[in-house]
Design a protein around this ligand. Structure first.
Ligand SMILES: [Zn+2]
Length: 233
């Protein structure tokens, strides 16, 4: 019976070790994994490009409007110069000025649309850039935390490995072999306490005769239902 208690202690250390190795595995996956960051960087790049493209269209309209204004001024200067006296020619100039004015008005409407588009694109670029910056900062903090956690876990594993080796050395080899075999097929568990002739793991009653053997035997006795090695309480 004392040997089954040794196995229970060994199981406690092994479960501690397994939990730490599991977390170390998760940390290995997370370290260097940038998650959403690459996608966000691409998005910021794309938005920057579209802001530039829309900006270029704004420049085109600005230039066109300036040109149209210049042309109107020229026509009007001619109209009011006093040099044109023919009413026919004056009427033509007036019609010219009116036509260019309509064109400028169309350009101004188009420019307004472009300015709204530009404003939207710039807003989205700013928002996405800020999100990228925030995510990068958080990522770096997370990575630092994970690296620290890994250092702590590795130190704990080293201590537990030594403890495990020392404990395993005191268990008779055949029982250690039984322990390892049961543990492999029961998700890391090999020992269950038996309380009032019931296995505390599967909660099924242990027949009297076997319960007596569990209490008296020096070597491990498995639960007839789940197969874990029983330790009498
Ligand atoms: Zn059981």
């Amino acid at each position: 019976m004392p040997s089954v208690r040794q196995l229970l202690d060994l199981q406690a250390v092994d479960l501690d070790l397994a939990a730490r190795h599991r977390r170390l595995g998760e940390i290995r996956e997370l370290l260097g994994n940038e998650g959403d960051l690459p996608e966000l960087r691409v998005r910021v790049g794309d938005l920057g490009t579209s802001v530039k493209t829309i900006g270029a269209r704004q420049d085109e309209f600005d230039t066109a409007i300036a040109d149209q204004t210049g042309r109107i001024e020229k026509v009007e200067a001619k109209m009011y110069s006093g040099l044109v006296t023919s009413s026919r020619e004056l009427a033509d100039l007036q019609a010219d000025a009116a036509m260019i004015g309509r064109q400028r008005s169309e350009s101004e409407d188009a420019l307004l649309g472009v300015l709204v588009e530009l404003d939207d694109a710039q807003g989205e670029l700013t928002e996405t850039s800020e999100r990228l910056e925030r995510t990068e900062t958080e990522w770096l903090v997370d990575q630092d935390g994970l690296a620290e956690e890994r250092t702590v876990l590795e130190a704990e594993v080293a201590v537990l490995d030594e403890k495990r080796a020392a404990q395993a050395a005191t268990v008779p080899p055949p029982e250690l072999a039984t322990y390892e075999r049961v543990r492999e097929t029961h998700a890391g568990y090999a020992v269950a306490r038996m309380r009032s002739a019931t296995c505390t793991s599967c909660r099924v009653g242990v027949p009297n005769k076997i319960a007596q053997t569990v209490r008296a035997s020096a070597s491990p006795v498995p639960c007839p239902n789940c197969g874990l090695l029983l330790l009498a309480d």
